[in-house]
Design a protein around this ligand. Structure first.
Ligand code: HEC
Ligand code: HEC
Ligand code: HEC
Ligand code: HEC
Ligand code: HEC
Length: 232
């Protein structure tokens, strides 16, 4: 082995010289691991809400449609959180005596919105828009997971840039027919009949994805990964 260190260098000095880059490498890895950890991204964590609202009850069991509450998701950049009035459409009659609903009744009586705590929160320098995703065949469950099975709402995806880009590079892996956007149980193996051709949709995601990519005029990967697409 060629001699790297002068003989005079003592073992501790050698360890420092050799060890520093190792240490710096390890710190970098730890940093990267932290950046992606659920602690940093908030994936699968619940937040303490003023009312224990359950999508599992309201969507999974009662079958209420997403748009009944998130009325703007198809037409605007952001999906709204419903006002208390929407809850009272039912809760004036149903479970009106329940303690769990007391903050809802207070909010309605005092005309003060319930202060829901945000589960998802992109940094302000990243631009996101719901309506275009919904219009181009990206389902709620693709990004938000099985909301219909969540008691307290959790973040399903990291929302990191690499996550956005992975799909913008190959959207065909994820696209679904628009009629299934809200379908929580959707499976490409039984997408049903294509209303355009009258034939069953291809059951292979790749084939289906490429068909929809063309039909919905989804732009190419170069355009969709352009920095100014999301940083405006
Ligand atoms: C009965 C009304 C209602 C229905 C129906 C409903 N939601 Fe919600 N949703 C809420 C309320 C209230 C909140 C805020 C409290 C919370 O985060 O759980 C919320 C929060 C969310 C959030 C997290 C928002 C944040 O803070 O980041 C997502 C994502 C979401 N809903 C998706 C859906 C999807 C997808 C559907 C349909 C499968 C749906 N919701 C159906 C009322 C509803
Ligand atoms: C392409 C991924 C993607 C799809 C598809 C998607 N969402 Fe979201 N959703 C997000 C992201 C990212 C945020 C956080 C936005 C922010 O912090 O500005 C979010 C936030 C939300 C919120 C909180 C309010 C808001 O707009 O910030 C609700 C409610 C919500 N989504 C409901 C839905 C529903 C209902 C659907 C299906 C119709 C849906 N989302 C489809 C990625 C998606
Ligand atoms: C379309 C009718 C309807 C709407 C709208 C509705 N709820 Fe409910 N909610 C129900 C019914 C029915 C139950 C009883 C569910 C059960 O026992 O399975 C219930 C139960 C509840 C409960 C207690 C049971 C539980 O664990 O979920 C809470 C808290 C609640 N709702 C909050 C809300 C809030 C907050 C809103 C508005 C964002 C809302 N609900 C909108 C029908 C509705
Ligand atoms: C699962 C796939 C998927 C994910 C995840 C996804 N996108 Fe998209 N995004 C699309 C598709 C498909 C389009 C439509 C492209 C088109 O029309 O050419 C789109 C379009 C957009 C547009 C263009 C809006 C416009 O008005 O032209 C923006 C901005 C955008 N996405 C931001 C984001 C951000 C930010 C994230 C991550 C937080 C994200 N997207 C995650 C699939 C995705
Ligand atoms: C499809 C959407 C999208 C595109 C395209 C995109 N970004 Fe981002 N970017 C995001 C989102 C979302 C975040 C915030 C989440 C995060 O920090 O990962 C972000 C964060 C960042 C950050 C700060 C956080 C970090 O990772 O250090 C920088 C810097 C950045 N982007 C640079 C760029 C550059 C340069 C390009 C073009 C090569 C680009 N972005 C393209 C969505 C996008």
């Amino acid at each position: 082995m060629p001699q790297i260190f002068p003989k005079a260098l003592n073992p501790i000095a050698k360890m420092i010289v050799l060890g520093l880059p190792l240490f710096a490498g390890a710190a970098g890895l730890t940093g990267a691991a932290f950046y992606r950890s659920s602690y940093a991204t908030g994936v699968n964590e619940t937040v303490p809400q003023p009312v224990a609202f359950s999508h599992a009850h309201h969507v999974g069991q009662l079958g209420i449609h997403c748009v009944y509450c998130h009325t703007s998701v198809e037409r605007a950049g952001s999906a709204n959180i419903p006002p208390t009035k929407t809850c009272m459409n039912c809760h004036q009659q149903i479970w009106q005596g329940s303690d769990m609903l007391e903050p809802v009744r207070d909010s309605y009586r005092d005309d003060k919105s319930i202060e829901w705590i945000r589960v998802h929160n992109l940094p302000h320098y990243a631009y996101f828009n719901h309506s275009i995703h919904v219009a181009k065949g990206v389902g709620c469950a693709t990004c938000h997971g099985r909301i219909d099975q969540m008691n307290l709402t959790m973040q399903h995806s990291t929302l990191l840039m690499e996550w956005c880009i992975a799909c913008h590079r190959t959207p065909e892996k994820y696209l679904r027919p628009k009629e299934h956007i809200f379908n929580m149980q959707y499976d490409p193996a039984n997408a049903g009949i294509d209303p355009v051709t009258g034939q069953p949709y291809p059951t292979d995601q790749k084939e289906l994805g490429l068909l929809l990519k063309e039909r919905y005029r989804v732009r190419d990967a170069v355009t969709l990964t352009n920095c100014s697409m999301c940083h405006r």
